[in-house]
Design a protein around this ligand. Structure first.
Ligand SMILES: NC(=O)c1ccc[n+]([C@@H]2O[C@H](COP(=O)([O-])OP(=O)(O)OC[C@H]3O[C@@H](n4cnc5c(N)ncnc54)[C@H](OP(=O)(O)O)[C@@H]3O)[C@@H](O)[C@H]2O)c1
Length: 288
């Protein structure tokens, strides 16, 4: 089996990639502050912001492809810790792109739908970006830096993702499931729209991107949905009738990092390459 380096294997998406493709690749996954164990995956504790350490790990593994999911992925954290988050979100991403370029191996970088400002949906790859917070600004800088250093890299803009992972207590998805099942109040924005996919589907999209894509690629789902309507769909799939789902609006909440209302992605370029997300109902039926 060929060797795949997955950075951020202890995170939501990295963990999902490991689960999804560990029978097809020999996987080397990195973790940083959360020591994870994944059967069949070689986990290495690594600080990717330390370039010497990154090079050492890379040269030890000699990967034949890399999917880079490690990031400071919480916008509020980035807003308050700009210097720290820049190191992993921008500098480490460009350094890793450089190592892949020098070794001429496929590289997929995970960016975000939040690079857009929400004024012009649905967004295609060529549309102008308009980051509204520090996290999104860093992702834009990383996208540009990665492609400058390695024009053949696949820069994948990920949508909101949901599903299983090993640290379920941390996950918005698990918190939603718990609230719906226990009948505790769950406030969800009815004016925030996304094109979500499961971590499993996203993993498949990234594998496809490694194989077939260069440059920007959107890996959104086929359905545009508000967070509130996503909650209603979950209620239906879970067959709960008594949940206390409350419709709320973004303007009612003060957020450290401002967020765009609607960053639905047009992912037809990826669909044409063979990316094939199933419906949200089917995704939820499989997960729940
Ligand atoms: N989740 C979403 O809905 C979403 C939406 C759009 C885009 N994205 C993007 O998709 C990617 C994956 O997101 P995610 O939700 O899986 O994030 P996550 O669950 O927060 O995981 C982040 C990962 O990065 C690792 N990491 C952080 N700093 C590191 C460092 N200095 N050195 C090495 N590893 C470090 C973490 O390791 P430890 O936990 O071990 O410290 C963890 O494995 C990110 O690029 C994110 O921006 C996510």
């Amino acid at each position: 089996m060929k060797k795949l380096l997955v950075t951020g294997a202890s995170g939501f998406l990295g963990w999902n990639i490991c689960q999804e493709v560990k029978n097809e690749w020999e996987i080397f996954g990195t973790a940083f502050s959360h020591p994870v164990e994944i059967e069949g995956v070689n986990i290495m504790q690594t600080d990717l912001t330390d370039y010497e350490e990154l090079k050492r790990v890379f040269n030890e593994i000699r990967p034949e492809a890399v999917i880079h999911t490690a990031a400071a992925a919480f916008p509020n954290y980035c807003q308050e810790n700009q210097t720290e988050s820049r190191k992993i979100n921008v500098d480490a991403s460009i350094n890793l792109a450089g190592l892949c370029a020098d070794n001429n191996i496929p590289f997929a970088f995970t960016s975000t739908d939040l690079v857009f400002d929400g004024q012009n949906v649905p967004y295609q790859e060529e549309d102008p970006v308009g980051p509204m917070n520090v996290y999104a600004e860093q992702k834009v800088k990383a996208e540009q830096g990665v492609l400058k250093r390695y024009p053949d890299a696949a820069v994948c803009r990920m949508p909101l993702m949901f599903g299983d992972t090993w640290q379920t207590s941390k996950l918005f998805f698990q918190l939603m499931v718990n609230a719906l099942e226990e009948g505790t109040e769950l406030k969800l924005f009815s004016d925030e729209y996304r094109t979500p996919v499961s971590g499993r589907t996203a993993a498949r999209g990234l594998l496809l991107a490694l194989d077939k894509a260069h440059g920007l690629l959107h890996l959104g789902g086929r359905e545009r949905i508000s967070r509130y309507n996503f909650g209603l769909l979950m209620m239906d799939v879970l067959e709960v009738r008594e949940a206390r789902l409350v419709r709320s609006f973004q303007k009612d909440i003060i957020m450290t990092a401002p967020r765009p209302l609607d960053v639905s992605l047009d992912s037809s370029k990826a669909f044409a390459l063979g990316y094939n997300p199933i419906s949200l109902r089917e995704e939820l039926e499989m997960l729940l």
